[in-house]
Ligand binder design. Structure first.
Ligand code: ZN
Length: 416
C-alpha cells in the first residue's frame, strides 16, 4: 500500500495520464493510468483531474533578510549604487526577529507557489555580523519539513571594501554555510576578491555562487576570470553566477566567445530578470539597453541557465511575490521566449535545470526520487506559464504542504 497515490496526472515530456505512487517520502512508482496494478491501494488518494504534475519548483537565487522593505523606503532607488546604499543604511535597523519574520513570510509565499528548494544569499559583513546568516541557518532548520534551504555566505558590501568580512565569511562556513558567495563589482581588485572566494571554497569543500557583472557595460567581463579560475580549480559544474548582464551589451562575436568559455567551465548562470530589467539600461537616455544576460545565446552554447526572483519588494526590485512562474513569464516576454518549446525550456529552467545548478540529488518525477511535487490545473507547460494559476497543490517528501483552491462567482454576467 502506497502512502500517497496521485492519479490522472500529466507529466513533462510524456503523453497520456499517469498514476504516481509515493512511499516513505520517495516516488515509488510512475505508471500510465490504468496500468498500475491491483488498483494500487493508498492511505491517501489524490485525483489530479488531468492537471500537470511537476517536480517541486526551485528558487535558486533569493535574498530573504532584505525582502519586504518598501514601507521603510522614503524614496525609490535610481541606480544599483543607490539600491546598495539605501539597503545598507536600512540594515543597521535589522533585528534577528525582524529578519526572521520577513523571511518566513516570503518562504510561506514561495511554498504556496510550489517551491520545494531555495538558495538564499545571507549577507555577512561588519554591519550585520553573522546575524543574518545565523537567522537563515535557524530558519533552515525550522522550515525543513516544507523546504530545503541552502544558505550562501554572501559579502554584499565587498570583502576588501568592508574590512573584517573575510573573517566573518570563514566563521560562517566553519559553522555550516552551504555555499561561498562572491560579488565581482564591490572591491577594487577582482583578483584579490576571487583569491579569497576560491580559497574558502577549497578549504571548506563548498560550491561557489557569485553576483557577477551586474551592469550594462560591455567592458565588464569578470565572468571570464571566474571561468578561468573555475577550470584551474577543477570546479566545473560547482560555480554559479547571477546577473551576468554585461554580456547582453557585448557585440555578438565577443558574447559568443564568452558563452563558449562559460560553457567550458560549466558555470551555472542565473538570470534575475525582475532586478536586471529594473536596474539596468536606465543610464541610457536614448535606445536603452535591455540589461538581461543573453539567455538563448548561452543555451545555444550548452550553458545551464536558470531563473531567480532575487529580490522581493526592496530598493533593488520594488516588485515580486516569490512566484517562480511570475519571474519565468517576465523572462519569456523580455528574452523573446514565446513559443511552445520556449515554455518547456522555461519550466525546465525552474525544475531540472535548477536542480543541476544547485547540486540537488534525487530530483524529478521518477522512481527513487524524493517526492517533491507541485500540481497545476493546466494541461501543458505553456498553459501553466501563460495562466500562472494560483490554484496549486504542493507536496514535500510526499506530504502535502500547501493546497490553494480558488472559486470565482460570475452570477451577474450572462455569457450568451
Ligand atoms: Zn542577488
Amino acid at each position: 500500500m502506497w502512502d500517497v497515490r496521485i492519479t490522472n496526472a500529466r507529466l513533462q515530456g510524456r503523453s497520456g495520464l499517469f498514476a504516481i505512487g509515493v512511499q516513505d517520502g520517495l516516488i515509488a512508482s510512475v505508471l500510465p493510468q490504468g496500468q498500475s496494478p491491483e488498483a494500487d491501494a493508498a492511505r491517501t488518494l489524490y485525483d489530479a483531474g488531468g492537471g500537470m504534475l511537476l517536480p517541486g519548483l526551485i528558487e535558486p537565487h533569493i535574498h530573504l533578510e532584505k525582502a519586504l522593505l518598501l514601507s521603510r523606503m522614503e524614496e525609490d532607488a535610481a541606480s544599483l549604487k543607490d539600491a546598495i546604499r539605501m539597503t545598507a543604511a536600512m540594515k543597521y535597523g535589522f533585528t534577528r526577529a525582524d529578519m526572521a519574520a520577513r523571511s518566513l513570510y516570503v518562504i510561506r509565499e514561495a511554498v504556496k507557489n510550489g517551491v520545494t528548494h531555495m538558495r538564499c544569499h545571507a549577507e555577512v559583513d561588519p554591519i550585520l555580523g553573522l546575524s543574518a546568516f545565523e537567522t537563515m541557518m535557524e530558519l533552515k532548520e525550522k522550515v525543513c519539513d516544507v523546504l530545503d534551504l541552502q544558505v550562501v555566505v554572501f559579502p554584499q558590501e565587498g570583502i576588501f571594501q568592508s574590512p573584517g568580512t573575510a573573517e566573518l565569511m570563514e566563521e560562517a562556513l566553519r559553522i555550516g554555510g552551504d555555499v561561498v558567495g562572491g560579488i565581482t563589482y564591490q572591491d577594487p581588485s577582482l583578483e584579490d576578491h576571487l583569491d579569497v572566494v576560491f580559497r574558502l571554497a577549497e578549504k571548506y569543500g563548498k560550491p561557489i555562487d557569485f553576483h557577477a557583472d551586474f551592469s550594462d557595460r560591455s567592458e565588464d567581463a569578470a565572468i571570464l576570470d571566474i571561468a578561468d579560475r573555475t577550470i584551474a580549480a577543477g570546479m566545473q559544474g560547482l560555480v554559479a553566477a547571477g546577473h551576468v548582464t554585461s554580456l547582453g551589451s557585448m557585440e555578438r562575436k565577443r558574447a559568443e566567445t564568452a558563452a563558449r568559455r562559460i560553457g567550458e567551465a560549466d558555470l551555472q548562470i542565473m538570470t534575475l530578470p525582475a532586478t536586471d530589467l529594473f536596474i539596468n539600461g536606465r543610464g541610457d537616455r536614448e535606445r536603452p539597453r535591455r540589461g538581461l544576460t543573453p539567455v538563448k545565446l548561452l543555451q545555444e552554447h550548452g550553458v545551464n541557465v536558470v531563473i531567480g526572483v532575487n529580490n522581493v519588494r526592496n530598493p533593488f526590485t520594488p516588485f515580486g511575490k516569490a512566484d517562480p512562474l511570475e519571474t519565468a513569464w517576465l523572462l519569456a516576454v523580455t528574452a523573446y521566449m514565446g513559443g511552445d518549446e520556449d515554455a518547456k525550456q522555461l519550466i525546465h529552467m525552474l525544475t531540472g535545470g535548477a536542480a543541476k545548478a544547485l547540486g540537488i540529488q534525487q530530483y524529478g518525477l521518477e522512481p527513487g526520487a524524493v517526492a517533491d511535487m507541485v500540481l497545476f490545473p493546466e494541461v501543458s507547460e505553456r498553459a501553466i506559464l501563460l495562466g500562472k494559476p494560483e490554484q496549486r497543490t504542493v507536496w514535500k517528501r510526499g506530504r502535502m504542504t500547501a493546497e490553494t483552491k480558488l472559486q470565482t462567482r460570475m452570477d451577474h454576467i450572462v455569457l450568451h
